[in-house]
Design a protein around this ligand. Structure first.
Ligand SMILES: Cc1ncc(COP(=O)(O)O)c(C=O)c1O
Length: 419
């Protein structure tokens, strides 16, 4: 034993030197990158919340204050809704914490099938497939669907997960100008011989709160024989009259071919994503979708929370109506106060500031006065398009909104953003 140990010592020394050298190179490279990010004023620090998600939260370092939260995707206030919590607790008791398996091995429970049916019915589609997240749903779909015989047309401001998903597929890629239908049409015209043509767009763009002209996109789809895919992460459950999303907002329910969306925003806020559309596509994704095949099944409490969220939305439109009221109240008051608010008609309200450093200073000043908002800067938004993204929720009261506006005005004047 001792002889073996002695003989390994000399071999270990260079290994240790090599590791130390590699680690110190890694640290140096990372430090350099971090330095550049900090110098450019785009460093993102994470604040630590010590309460449930909701309109009122507590934040480490600010325990003395009641903080009003205006930056979550908890659009319908369901993240801490008592019925959602009760459903998740009951599922935890009955089905356990998780499956320790992917779906096709032993990770499918009856509630996974129930949620998939519920999603498909909600959107009026054949079937649905669950993923650990919408990021995964977007990362998985294009590689399965599109080959080098196909062409894809993607809005230049689509979500990062769509961009990553498209990188994995071999189709010819066209990045059309944001919301620009003549650019899209021009590119569709160029692709006469593609086997499949697929137009890909966010329904609502998360950084700008602007809305895809889905009616026009579907018309172009009909004209050029192209399929239409929409990511409804910022629309499902609340956008459009009954929360069916961007299709409903444009009065074209059923026109879009494939919908991806998330359970991690309006629909309970836990996690999970899905694709819903033609049965054959869903069947194929179950066989070939890599984030589905090679990642764990959604945990039962998350699935039960998702089922309950769809039940709540299906039973009443009150939450979505309240959200529309809140959105209008905030947008109107802020515009009147002299701020430039991006997008339209949507609870994502980007308060445009343009200067990189200003956004984080502005957000800190807001937090010190009890309003939690976050500055968004490069690379999350383009250089020079820095903003504070406010997101309204059903759980905000009129008083909450008025308080936020008053604080915006106070800080805006202090920092010379408005006069
Ligand atoms: C448009 C859009 N698509 C997809 C996602 C990813 O959703 P998830 O959090 O479920 O991965 C997001 C979240 O930021 C998004 O805004």
């Amino acid at each position: 034993m001792a002889a073996v140990f002695r003989s390994t010592v000399p071999r270990c020394v260079p290994v240790l030197y090599r590791r130390a050298h590699c680690i110190s190179s890694l640290r140096e490279i990372a430090r350099e990158e971090i330095g550049k990010i900090k110098d450019s004023g785009t460093w993102k620090s994470e604040r630590v919340i010590t309460s449930k998600q909701g309109s009122l939260i507590t934040v480490v370092g600010h325990q003395q204050l009641e903080i009003l939260n205006f930056c979550s995707n908890n659009y319908l206030g369901l993240a801490s809704h008592p019925h959602i919590i009760a459903a998740a607790q009951a599922a935890l008791q009955k089905y356990g914490a998780g499956l320790s398996s992917v779906r096709f091995i032993c990770g499918t429970q009856d509630i996974h099938k129930e949620l998939e049916h519920k999603i498909a019915n909600f959107h009026g589609r054949d079937d649905a497939i669950l993923y650990p997240s919408c990021f995964d749903a977007n990362a998985g779909i294009f590689e399965v669907l599109l080959t080098d015989r196909d062409a894809v047309f993607s809005d230049e401001l689509n979500h990062a997960s769509i961009i990553d998903g498209l990188r994995l597929c071999k189709a010819r890629k066209h990045r059309y100008l944001h919301l620009n239908m003549s650019d899209l049409e021009q590119r569709l015209r160029e692709e006469k011989n593609a086997r499949l043509k697929l137009i890909v767009t966010d329904g609502v763009f998360s950084m700008d709160g602007d809305i895809a002209p889905l009616d026009k996109i579907c018309e172009l789809g009909d004209k050029y024989n192209a399929l239409v895919f929409v990511d409804e992460a910022h629309a499902t459950g609340f956008f459009g009259k009954t929360g069916r999303g961007t299709e409903e907002y444009h009065n074209i329910i059923g026109k879009v071919d494939i919908i991806n969306s998330t359970l991690g925003k309006a629909m309970g806020g836990a996690s999970g994503g899905y694709t819903t559309g033609p049965k054959e596509l869903i069947d194929l994704l179950r066989q070939r979708g890599r984030p589905y095949l090679f990642s764990n099944s959604l945990p039962p409490p998350v699935v039960a929370a998702g089922i309950k969220a769809f039940d709540i939305v299906l039973n009443s439109n009150n939450l979505a109506e309240r959200l529309r009221h809140n959105t209008k109240r905030f947008r109107d008051a802020m515009t009147k106060a002299g701020f430039t608010i991006g997008g339209s008609d949507h609870p994502i309200c980007p308060v445009m500031l343009y200067e990189e450093r200003l956004a984080s200073v502005f957000a800190d000043e807001m937090l010190a006065r009890g309003i939690y908002v976050i500055g968004f800067s490069y690379p999350v938004v383009p250089n020079g398009k820095t903003r504070i993204r406010v997101q309204l929720s059903t759980s905000h009261s009129d008083e909450d909104i008025d308080k936020a506006v008053n604080v915006f005005v106070e800080v805006g004047k202090k920092l010379d953003v408005i006069s």
